[in-house]
Design a protein around this ligand. Structure first.
Ligand SMILES: C[S@@+](CC[C@H](N)C(=O)[O-])C[C@H]1O[C@@H](n2cnc3c(N)ncnc32)[C@H](O)[C@@H]1O
Length: 97
């Protein structure tokens, strides 16, 4: 998703993934693309519970369908630090159905 968005929109994008194997798979995929694209994409092997700095963001996408309620609350906390007007796209509501 992170790579595709940068490919289609020419934006910079940053991915955060906790599982090392999934992170490495993303890095391997990124290697297959031209360097111009690779320079606009950054993939981090990080746990969202460690509250990474995402404040320099204009659009957030989270595939949070399987996230626990606890992790959802952590994300809401992170979103509280975003700039006004930042768009948040998610696959599961943070506030029930
Ligand atoms: C539904 S999958 C999405 C996979 C892929 N990133 C995508 O968007 O297609 C949710 C991903 O969130 C990751 N994840 C779960 N808890 C996390 C956490 N605390 N910090 C960072 N990533 C986490 C999982 O390892 C999993 O790869």
């Amino acid at each position: 998703m992170v790579i595709q968005v940068s490919m289609e929109t020419k934006c910079k994008s940053v991915g955060i993934e906790k599982e090392p194997d999934r992170h490495k798979a993303g890095l391997r995929l990124l290697e297959q693309f031209e360097s111009e694209l690779a320079q606009r994409v950054t993939l981090h092997n990080l746990d969202l519970n460690d509250k990474p700095d995402i404040t320099d963001t204009t659009v957030v996408f989270t595939n949070n369908l399987c996230f626990t309620q606890e992790l959802q609350m952590t994300l809401l906390d992170l979103f509280g630090g975003l700039k006004r007007g930042t768009k948040i796209i998610c696959t599961k509501s943070f506030f029930g159905q």
